[in-house]
Design a protein around this ligand. Structure first.
Ligand SMILES: Cc1ncc(COP(=O)(O)O)c(C=O)c1O
Length: 395
């Protein structure tokens, strides 16, 4: 089975643990990882957290807004994040997405902006983006005090106009969980672009506790097990059980349970150590990913390439290779799986947050987008095999 995700941490974890045991200066790693990220992203204002979603604490606890203020969120988004906005007294207002870049549809956003709009989530889904400058300029032109939060959970390593995504909005959140482009097993960061709130955020953050050793150990075991599932034929068994709605619900519950409290916590030294190690080889891996992308481009059918949602940085999406087909994506996923290529267990990454006929483009994307494996450890002959199969199945 060719895994859909980059599960390289499964192999890398043992040597990382050995290096960690040998290392005498364990406490310095959060600061080292932070410095590395600051350099990579060209921003001095990065805060390391227990997960990407913890960024919302730092933002909403320190930026003034009235209860009942609105936050515009793309309807093609991670549904579990919506209760977080509500818990902070915000009212989510959904917008449609742009089929070409899977990000917010600018026209719809402009229509949805009201007197109460205070925040907009600008998502860079799968590391692809739209015209970020134009989006921000038009939004601010319509209402100056709107704060834009770039969701870069999928886009560490992606660029717009030769600059890292995340530095354009007022804030940006990054996720470093076990299958993202940069991994710490679980973790994330907030980038603060809006200097006005920096001092307050710094003060608040200084009161956050570091993730406890026991918690870190639990996460290491849990994710190691998950990576094992993704790597071995156990995934076939899992896929079989997921057909049962009750089992699926229970598994989802277990998977989300450790995130439920989305505690205010700083990333632990060990997880920072993993991040620091991964960051050192990041550029080299990016180059290899670029090479896979080229192999895909040579081998995919013209029809699939022409219809690919490419956005503004098509040559450099490094999370998955995103394709659009005119067939039902679920059927394609099933066929690919039976041919030995995992392109989705279910689409566990993105959801339609609300099922409403007014979000036609989000619905169409949800039904027609497929995510092909794209990572450093993927062999070129595997890329060719995947391309051949998808060409045939999507015909
Ligand atoms: C689009 C998007 N935003 C935010 C997050 C939250 O990141 P985390 O799981 O690190 O809290 C995720 C997680 O996968 C995501 O996919």
């Amino acid at each position: 089975m060719i895994p859909r995700r980059d599960i390289s941490l499964y192999n890398n974890l043992a040597p990382i643990i050995v290096d960690w045991i040998k290392d005498k200066k364990k406490k310095v790693y959060p600061e080292k990882f932070r410095a590395g990220l600051q350099e990579y992203l060209s921003s001095e204002n990065i805060f390391l957290l227990g997960g990407g979603r913890q960024s919302f604490h730092l933002i909403f606890d320190n930026v003034p807004y009235e209860s009942g203020s609105e936050i515009i969120v793309p309807n093609y988004y991670l549904k579990v994040l919506i209760p977080i906005f509500k818990s902070k007294g915000l009212v989510p207002v959904f917008c449609d997405i742009d089929e070409n870049n899977l990000s917010n549809d600018l026209e719809d956003v402009l229509e949805k902006i009201s007197e109460d709009t205070r925040f907009i989530i600008l998502s860079h889904m799968f590391g692809i983006c739209g015209d970020v400058d134009d989006f921000i300029a038009k939004v601010k032109d319509k209402k100056e005090d709107i704060l834009i939060i770039e969701d870069c959970a999928h886009s560490f390593g992606s660029e717009y106009e030769n600059k890292s995504l995340g530095i354009f909005g007022d804030f940006a959140l990054f996720s470093f969980n076990y299958i993202k482009t940069l991994k710490t097993l679980e973790g994330g960061a907030l980038l603060v672009g809006k200097k006005e709130y920096l001092k307050k955020i710094e003060k608040d953050y200084s009161g956050y506790e570091e993730m406890k050793k026991r918690e870190t150990l639990k996460k290491v075991f849990y994710y190691y097990f998950l990576l094992l599932v993704l790597k071995t034929p156990i995934i076939r068994l899992l896929k079989f059980f997921l057909k049962n709605k009750k089992i699926k619900k229970t598994i989802k519950k277990i998977h989300n349970s450790h995130k439920k409290n989305w505690k205010k916590e700083k990333l632990s030294p060990f997880l920072s150590f993993i991040g620091n190690t991964e960051l050192k080889s990041f550029e080299e891996r990016q180059q290899k990913i670029k090479n896979k992308l080229e192999t895909y481009e040579v081998n995919l059918s013209k029809k699939l390439l022409d219809e690919r949602p490419s956005g503004m940085n098509s040559e450099y999406s490094n999370y998955f290779l995103i394709l659009k087909t005119d067939k039902d994506s679920k059927i394609i996923s099933k066929k690919m799986f039976s041919e030995g290529v995992d392109i989705a267990i279910e689409d566990e990454i993105m959801d339609l947050c609300v099922e409403d006929k007014n979000f036609k483009k989000a619905e169409s994307v949800y039904d027609s987008i497929i995510q092909l494996p794209l990572y450093c450890g993927l062999k070129n002959k595997e890329v060719k095999k995947i391309a051949e199969k998808i060409n045939k199945i999507s015909r």
